[in-house]
Ligand binder design. Structure first.
Ligand SMILES: [Zn+2]
Length: 170
Protein backbone atom coordinates (compact mmCIF):
# COMPACT_ATOMS: atom_id res chain seq x y z
CA UNK A 1 0.00 0.00 0.00
CA UNK A 2 1.41 3.42 -0.91
CA UNK A 3 1.73 6.27 1.57
CA UNK A 4 -0.98 8.17 -0.37
CA UNK A 5 -3.53 5.46 0.33
CA UNK A 6 -2.70 5.64 4.04
CA UNK A 7 -3.79 9.20 4.86
CA UNK A 8 -3.85 8.64 8.60
CA UNK A 9 -0.08 8.38 8.68
CA UNK A 10 0.28 11.77 7.01
CA UNK A 11 -1.68 13.31 9.85
CA UNK A 12 0.77 12.31 12.54
CA UNK A 13 3.63 14.54 13.54
CA UNK A 14 2.80 18.00 12.34
CA UNK A 15 4.84 20.38 14.42
CA UNK A 16 3.48 23.77 15.46
CA UNK A 17 4.57 26.70 13.34
CA UNK A 18 7.88 28.29 14.26
CA UNK A 19 7.83 31.71 15.82
CA UNK A 20 4.84 31.11 18.08
CA UNK A 21 5.85 33.38 20.90
CA UNK A 22 4.65 33.33 24.49
CA UNK A 23 2.79 36.32 25.86
CA UNK A 24 4.60 37.47 29.01
CA UNK A 25 2.85 36.80 32.31
CA UNK A 26 2.40 40.50 33.11
CA UNK A 27 0.93 41.11 29.64
CA UNK A 28 -1.96 38.67 30.11
CA UNK A 29 -5.28 40.52 30.10
CA UNK A 30 -6.87 37.98 32.44
CA UNK A 31 -5.31 35.16 34.47
CA UNK A 32 -6.97 32.83 35.43
CA UNK A 33 -9.77 32.34 32.90
CA UNK A 34 -12.77 30.10 33.60
CA UNK A 35 -15.23 28.43 31.25
CA UNK A 36 -18.07 25.98 31.63
CA UNK A 37 -18.63 23.13 29.22
CA UNK A 38 -22.07 21.60 28.82
CA UNK A 39 -22.52 17.92 28.08
CA UNK A 40 -25.86 16.11 28.15
CA UNK A 41 -27.59 17.46 31.27
CA UNK A 42 -24.40 18.29 33.15
CA UNK A 43 -21.90 21.08 33.02
CA UNK A 44 -18.29 21.21 34.13
CA UNK A 45 -16.05 24.04 35.19
CA UNK A 46 -12.72 24.47 33.41
CA UNK A 47 -10.07 26.78 34.75
CA UNK A 48 -6.84 27.93 33.08
CA UNK A 49 -4.05 29.76 34.82
CA UNK A 50 -0.41 30.54 34.05
CA UNK A 51 1.84 30.42 37.10
CA UNK A 52 4.95 32.52 37.75
CA UNK A 53 7.21 29.67 36.54
CA UNK A 54 5.43 29.67 33.16
CA UNK A 55 3.56 26.48 33.94
CA UNK A 56 -0.06 26.47 32.82
CA UNK A 57 -2.61 24.60 34.90
CA UNK A 58 -5.80 23.59 33.12
CA UNK A 59 -8.35 21.73 35.21
CA UNK A 60 -11.73 20.20 34.36
CA UNK A 61 -14.20 18.73 36.84
CA UNK A 62 -15.53 16.01 34.52
CA UNK A 63 -15.51 12.26 35.21
CA UNK A 64 -13.08 11.50 32.36
CA UNK A 65 -10.55 13.82 33.92
CA UNK A 66 -10.79 12.08 37.28
CA UNK A 67 -10.65 8.62 35.71
CA UNK A 68 -8.22 9.08 32.82
CA UNK A 69 -6.20 12.16 33.72
CA UNK A 70 -7.27 14.00 30.57
CA UNK A 71 -10.48 14.82 28.72
CA UNK A 72 -11.73 15.96 25.33
CA UNK A 73 -13.03 19.21 26.86
CA UNK A 74 -9.51 20.36 27.64
CA UNK A 75 -8.04 19.12 24.35
CA UNK A 76 -10.79 21.01 22.48
CA UNK A 77 -9.99 24.17 24.43
CA UNK A 78 -6.24 23.80 23.83
CA UNK A 79 -7.09 23.63 20.10
CA UNK A 80 -9.28 26.74 20.49
CA UNK A 81 -12.54 24.95 19.71
CA UNK A 82 -15.30 26.59 21.71
CA UNK A 83 -18.47 24.99 20.28
CA UNK A 84 -19.53 23.42 23.58
CA UNK A 85 -18.17 26.09 25.86
CA UNK A 86 -20.35 28.52 27.75
CA UNK A 87 -19.11 31.99 28.63
CA UNK A 88 -16.59 32.01 25.78
CA UNK A 89 -16.82 35.68 24.91
CA UNK A 90 -14.26 37.05 22.46
CA UNK A 91 -12.49 38.67 25.41
CA UNK A 92 -12.36 35.39 27.37
CA UNK A 93 -11.12 33.48 24.29
CA UNK A 94 -8.33 35.95 23.67
CA UNK A 95 -7.32 35.89 27.32
CA UNK A 96 -7.26 32.08 27.34
CA UNK A 97 -5.31 31.87 24.09
CA UNK A 98 -2.72 34.30 25.45
CA UNK A 99 -2.30 32.08 28.53
CA UNK A 100 -1.65 28.83 26.61
CA UNK A 101 -0.15 29.80 23.23
CA UNK A 102 3.47 28.72 22.89
CA UNK A 103 3.54 26.89 26.24
CA UNK A 104 4.42 23.23 26.75
CA UNK A 105 0.78 22.48 27.54
CA UNK A 106 -0.49 24.32 24.46
CA UNK A 107 1.87 22.31 22.24
CA UNK A 108 1.05 19.03 23.99
CA UNK A 109 -2.67 19.68 23.44
CA UNK A 110 -2.10 20.11 19.69
CA UNK A 111 0.05 16.96 19.56
CA UNK A 112 -2.59 14.92 21.41
CA UNK A 113 -5.32 16.23 19.10
CA UNK A 114 -3.38 15.22 15.96
CA UNK A 115 -2.60 11.80 17.48
CA UNK A 116 -6.28 11.28 18.38
CA UNK A 117 -7.33 12.15 14.82
CA UNK A 118 -4.71 9.87 13.26
CA UNK A 119 -5.64 6.99 15.57
CA UNK A 120 -9.36 7.41 14.83
CA UNK A 121 -8.65 7.43 11.08
CA UNK A 122 -6.49 4.30 11.36
CA UNK A 123 -9.16 2.52 13.35
CA UNK A 124 -11.80 3.47 10.76
CA UNK A 125 -9.54 2.33 7.91
CA UNK A 126 -8.92 -0.94 9.70
CA UNK A 127 -12.65 -1.52 10.22
CA UNK A 128 -13.58 -0.61 6.63
CA UNK A 129 -10.70 -2.14 4.67
CA UNK A 130 -9.83 -5.17 6.70
CA UNK A 131 -9.93 -8.18 4.33
CA UNK A 132 -12.64 -10.68 5.14
CA UNK A 133 -10.04 -13.37 4.74
CA UNK A 134 -6.62 -12.23 5.92
CA UNK A 135 -4.96 -15.45 4.87
CA UNK A 136 -3.61 -16.03 1.40
CA UNK A 137 -3.19 -13.05 -0.94
CA UNK A 138 -4.61 -10.46 1.47
CA UNK A 139 -2.21 -10.98 4.33
CA UNK A 140 0.00 -8.11 3.13
CA UNK A 141 -2.91 -5.66 3.22
CA UNK A 142 -3.88 -6.92 6.64
CA UNK A 143 -0.30 -6.39 7.83
CA UNK A 144 -0.25 -2.80 6.50
CA UNK A 145 -3.49 -1.97 8.31
CA UNK A 146 -2.28 -3.54 11.54
CA UNK A 147 1.09 -1.81 11.46
CA UNK A 148 -0.51 1.58 10.74
CA UNK A 149 -2.81 1.04 13.70
CA UNK A 150 0.10 0.00 15.93
CA UNK A 151 2.10 3.10 14.98
CA UNK A 152 -0.86 5.42 15.58
CA UNK A 153 -1.75 3.75 18.88
CA UNK A 154 1.83 4.00 20.11
CA UNK A 155 2.07 7.69 19.17
CA UNK A 156 -1.29 8.38 20.79
CA UNK A 157 -0.09 6.72 23.98
CA UNK A 158 3.04 8.91 23.97
CA UNK A 159 1.04 12.08 23.33
CA UNK A 160 -1.51 11.32 26.05
CA UNK A 161 1.21 10.39 28.54
CA UNK A 162 2.86 13.78 27.98
CA UNK A 163 -0.47 15.58 28.23
CA UNK A 164 -1.45 13.75 31.45
CA UNK A 165 1.90 14.58 32.98
CA UNK A 166 1.44 18.30 32.21
CA UNK A 167 -2.14 18.25 33.53
CA UNK A 168 -0.95 16.66 36.78
CA UNK A 169 1.94 19.02 37.44
CA UNK A 170 -0.05 21.67 39.28
ZN1 LIG B 1 -13.45 17.50 31.01
Amino acid sequence: MSEASRPALGNRRRKPAFGTSIVALDQLSRNPVEFTVAEADRSYRISAERGPSGKVSLTCQCDDSHTNGWCRHRVDLLCFRYERVGGATAEARHAFEAIVTGTALGNAGGDADRALTAFTQCLTAFDQRRPANALGRNLGKFTDLISDLAVCASELEDALTTLRHLFERV
